[in-house]
Design a protein around this ligand. Structure first.
Ligand code: CDP
Length: 222
């Protein structure tokens, strides 16, 4: 049986994980899986139904009726509604960390994430991939940058997407999300003991991709 490879990229909000994971996956011919997009999609579903994302019981009530699907083009669907653009809007970003702290929602999404990594080689990015979702991943990277660097990166990314937000509000939102993500009880954001720390403050996208590919070569032999 062919052995599938898993590469886990974790780290705080807007550290550039998805940009790097996408490029590395393309280079290796692996499937890129954006687990944050799944939590964002669930958050969109909660808000769309008029439910309160800060209420665990209300939010969890739609687990059975909510299907989230990622396409090969990285488009995101909730019950056949294309939410690819909507899930990047501030009203979703501002609420996603509450949704991601509810264990029943995490269990449902993690099951789907593990299933996707079972039948293909993946580069998966998120918060708990190396610690919880794929603890046996052949390579684990923990990608960080200062909150100032990350806010600037997200500001530029949002501007390109036509999402209007101020630099200050982005920095506040990132810091708040990091706090909630690292203090939740179940599968919090933290570096796995066997993950390699990559400080990307002074690195270009090309340099980070290069560094990850070098690690893939050393650790996985590809
Ligand atoms: O792109 P950005 O770094 O802003 O965030 P994301 O990767 O889209 O993730 C959005 C949110 O989903 C995070 O702030 C976490 O609250 C949650 N998340 C999580 O809890 N576990 C994951 N594996 C991925 C995301």
């Amino acid at each position: 049986m062919k052995k599938h490879i898993a590469i886990a990229i974790d780290g705080p909000a807007a550290a550039g994980k998805s940009t790097i994971a996408k490029l590395v996956a393309k280079k290796l011919g692996f499937t890129y899986i954006d687990t944050g997009a799944m939590y964002r999609a669930f958050t969109w579903a909660v808000l769309e139904k008029g439910l309160n994302p800060q209420n665990a019981e209300e939010s969890c009530s739609i687990i059975d009726s909510t299907t989230i699907r990622l396409t090969n083009n990285n488009d995101v669907f909730v019950n056949d509604v294309d939410v690819t653009k909507k899930i990047r809007e501030p009203f979703v970003s501002g609420n996603v960390s509450y949704i991601a702290s509810y264990k029943p929602i995490r269990l449902a999404l993690v099951e789907q994430q593990r299933a996707m990594a079972k039948y293909q080689s993946v580069v998966m990015d998120g918060r708990d991939i190396g610690t919880y979702v794929l603890p046996n991943a052949q390579l684990k990277v923990f990608q960080v940058a200062s909150v100032e660097t990350r806010a600037l990166r997200r500001y530029k990314e949002n501007a390109e997407k036509g999402i209007d937000t101020s630099l200050t509000s982005i920095a506040e939102e990132l810091a708040k999300r990091d706090y909630i993500d690292s203090h939740r009880d179940f599968a919090p954001l933290r570096q796995a003991s066997d993950a390699i720390l990559l400080d990307t403050n002074e690195m270009t996208i090309e340099e980070v991709v290069e560094a990850v590919l070098k690690l893939v070569h050393e650790k996985v032999g590809l």
